[in-house]
Design a protein around this ligand. Structure first.
Ligand SMILES: Nc1ncnc2c1ncn2[C@@H]1O[C@H](COP(=O)(O)OP(=O)(O)OP(=O)(O)O)[C@@H](O)[C@H]1O
Ligand SMILES: [Mg+2]
Length: 430
């Protein structure tokens, strides 16, 4: 693989996935592409209007709270960063940003398309541009959900959507660039020369991911079910602050006295809660299960499903379940790359949290707020440092209990009303 010289080695990880991956309807065969990127089509001179918010006349590049089409809620004020309004980009602009989608700018590839690193001409901001390559109904729908969700939801542990492009049949999303890539890249796809994440880094990432999910479950109203929690969707900045990405599968959770929403079973094989896979009934507890799988990957350094392992070890949860019942065997779960270098108490507690999240009976799984509380004690161990980073750097970052700005109640209420209407429509189509 060739890459732009501006990429460091740990930023170059396109298309090196193995094991079983699918972000699909779980009843359909997985899609996995390994062909090299092809030159992209030239921009169309006449973009078609799409069912997306139209830019207001006075500022053609900003989507405001008033601008909406088809009852899709758009951006709203507040949040914890200044860049909260999703901008619209032309295909030509993003082609220029990514040097015409040159392979050397390719930084990743998932089930829905390729991700490129680029620099926005106007602001010089470094961004990640995801080009969706399935323009069928499902791809377009996920694109809309992603724009909707990320325009509504703002939190330090959710990746920031800078804007999007919907010129003609092109669908591109522009995100803040996360320089260390995904957790998967550091945990499961580790090149031999790269030092493994140490225990403190692992716990910090788990804590941040839990905070992101807690925001979706407890602070968003109605709650948002993420549905695609997995290590490749947890992105890292240089200080190992973690942010959740990919909201194309997210669902508005149940409202009123409903306990679940029904939907076609979607997600990624190996991370999906058993009851959701069986019944299609989605609750926040489905995300708790997926979090348990991610936490187990963090502890063990093993993929949720890996057909290259011995048959009894191919499914990570099945392998771990008997060990969960015998605390004296917990160490068998530890990633060998940690070389036993972790506080034993913290390790045991992390395993216990994973075991609770992975309980078969969804009703006894903990709430995300409980998980956050439990993990908040595990990443503040004073006697460890993070791989490639000093502990002091890490500990000055947002620690447990740090302040998080909130969107104003009124604006939230208004947008949520519309989101519910939009969500119920989308649910009927599921
Ligand atoms: N904002 C970003 N900043 C930096 N790297 C990113 C960003 N978004 C994605 N990537 C990189 O691109 C890779 C592919 O991401 P993508 O979301 O397309 O696929 P995936 O998560 O691996 O699979 P899926 O399509 O099932 O979500 C990620 O694993 C990550 O390494
Ligand atoms: Mg992803």
């Amino acid at each position: 693989m060739g890459f732009c010289s501006c990429f460091s080695s740990n930023e170059t990880k396109a298309s090196k996935k193995y094991g079983v991956r699918a972000r699909e309807s779980l009843s359909s065969p997985q899609s996995h592409r390994d062909t090299p990127p092809q030159p992209r089509p030239q921009p169309r001179p006449q973009p078609q209007p799409l069912p997306l918010p139209q830019p207001p006349a006075e500022n053609p590049r900003k989507v405001t709270t008033e601008a909406r089409t088809n009852n899709v809620p758009t951006n709203k004020g507040g949040g914890d960063n200044n860049n909260i309004a999703a901008q619209t980009f032309t295909f030509r602009e993003l082609a220029s940003t990514t040097k015409n989608f040159r392979q050397e700018c390719l930084i990743g590839e998932g089930g829905f398309g390729r991700v490129y690193k680029g620099r926005l001409d106007k602001t010089n901001q470094i961004v990640a541009v995801k080009q969706l390559d399935r323009n069928g109904l499902q791809g377009n729908r996920e694109f809309l959900v992603e724009v909707l969700m990320l325009s509504l939801l703002h939190h330090q542990n959710l990746v920031n959507l800078i804007g999007y492009c919907a010129d003609g049949d092109q669908r591109l999303l522009v995100y803040e660039y996360m320089p260390l890539g995904s957790l998967e890249d550091h945990l499961l796809d580790l090149p031999p020369e790269q030092p493994p994440l140490n225990w403190l880094a692992r716990m910090k990432i788990a804590y941040h991911a839990a905070k992101g999910v807690e925001y979706l479950h407890d602070k968003a109203n109605p709650p948002v079910i993420y549905r695609d929690l997995k290590s490749s969707n947890i992105l890292l900045d240089r200080e190992f602050n973690a942010k959740l990405s990919d909201f194309g599968l997210a669902k508005l959770g149940p409202v009123g006295d409903k306990t679940h929403v029904s939907s076609r079973v979607m997600g990624t094989y190996g991370y999906c809660a058993p009851e959701y896979q069986r019944t299609g009934q989605l609750t926040v507890k489905s995300d708790i299960y997926s979090f348990g799988v991610v936490l187990l990957e963090i502890i063990s350094g093993k993929r949720s499903v890996d057909t290259t392992r011995r048959p009894e070890e191919q499914n990570l949860v099945t392998w771990a379940e008997p060990i969960f019942k015998e605390p004296e065997r917990y160490l068998e779960l530890a990633d060998p790359l940690l070389r036993g270098d972790f506080p034993r108490k913290s390790f045991n507690q992390a395993v216990a949290v994973a075991a609770m999240c992975l309980q078969e009976d969804a009703s006894v799984r903990p709430l995300m707020s409980d998980v956050v509380t439990a993990l908040s004690y595990l990443w503040m161990e004073p006697d460890t440092t993070l791989a490639g980073s000093s502990a002091s750097e890490i500990l000055t970052e947002d620690g447990p209990g740090s302040h998080q700005s909130e969107i104003t109640a009124k604006e939230r209420e208004k947008a949520i009303e519309e989101a519910i209407e939009w969500g119920s429509k989308s649910r009927r189509n599921d």
